[in-house]
Design a protein. Structure first.
Length: 228
C-alpha cells in the first residue's frame, strides 16, 4: 500500500499536468476591451484629412513661393537699374487705378462666394464665383487698355528701362492671373460633378491663389508708382 508521502507526490505531479494542459490550450492572452487595451468597438474612427487635399495645398503653396521669388528678382533688378542715367520715369496710365479696384473687388466677391458655399447655398456660390471670374477677365482687358495708353505716351517696350520694366511686370502678372481665371472657370464647370468635400478643397485652394495675385498686384503698383 503506498505511503502518505508517495500519495502527496502523485497529487502534485497530477496538478502540474493539469496546469500545463490549460496553458497550452488557452492560446495567447486576450487584452481587455476598452480604453486601456484591445479594440473599443464603441469608439468612432477619427476623421483624417484627405490626402488629395493636403497635396493640393502643398502644390499651391510651392507655386506661390516660386512666384514670389520670381517677382522679388524682378523687383531687385528694377531698383538696381533705376539708378542708371538712362532711366526715364513712366507716367502710370490712369486705367491702372481702375484695374486695381476691379481686382480688389474680385477678392471681396470671392470671399462672399466661399461663405455661400459654407452655408450650403450652391446658387449663391455660383453667382458670386461667376462675378469674380468676370472681374478677373475685366482686369486683364484693362491691362491691355493700359498698354494702349502707354503707347499713346510714346513709351514702348524698348523705349527705355522704365517702360521695359512696366511691360515686364504687367505682362508677367497678367499671365499668372490668367492661370487663376482658368482655375475659376474650371471649378465653376466641375462643381456639379464633384462631392462637397472636393468642391470645398478646390474652392479654398483657388481662393488662396487669387488673393495672393491681388496682394502681388498691389505691391507691384506701389513699386512702379513710388519707384518712378
Amino acid at each position: 500500500m503506498p505511503s502518505t508521502r508517495e500519495t502527496q507526490e502523485y497529487r502534485e505531479i497530477h496538478e502540474i499536468e493539469i496546469i500545463l494542459d490549460d496553458d497550452i490550450g488557452a492560446g495567447p492572452p486576450v487584452p481587455p476591451a476598452g480604453r486601456d487595451g484591445g479594440e473599443d468597438r464603441n469608439r468612432k474612427p477619427q476623421p483624417q484629412p484627405p490626402a488629395s487635399g493636403r497635396k493640393y495645398h502643398t502644390a499651391i503653396l510651392l507655386a506661390m513661393v516660386s512666384i514670389t521669388i520670381f517677382f522679388m528678382g524682378l523687383a531687385t533688378a528694377f531698383l538696381v537699374r533705376k539708378t542708371g542715367q538712362d532711366w526715364v520715369p513712366v507716367l502710370l496710365p490712369p486705367v491702372i487705378w481702375f484695374n486695381t479696384i476691379l481686382l480688389l473687388a474680385s477678392s471681396a466677391t470671392m470671399e462672399v462666394s466661399r461663405r455661400r458655399l459654407a452655408l450650403g447655398d450652391t446658387r449663391g456660390f455660383r453667382k458670386f464665383w461667376q462675378i469674380t471670374t468676370a472681374l478677373g477677365v475685366l482686369f486683364l482687358a484693362g491691362q491691355l487698355v493700359a498698354w494702349g495708353q502707354l503707347v499713346t505716351q510714346g513709351a514702348f517696350v524698348a523705349s527705355n528701362p522704365a517702360s521695359s520694366f512696366f511691360y515686364i511686370f504687367t505682362a508677367a502678372h497678367g499671365l499668372h492671373l490668367l492661370g487663376g481665371v482658368c482655375a475659376l472657370i474650371y471649378v465653376l464647370q466641375r462643381t456639379s460633378k464633384k462631392t462637397e468635400e472636393r468642391r470645398a478643397v478646390a474652392t479654398e485652394v483657388t481662393s488662396y491663389y487669387w488673393h495672393f495675385m491681388d496682394v502681388l498686384w498691389v505691391c507691384l503698383v506701389a513699386l512702379l508708382y513710388l519707384g518712378k
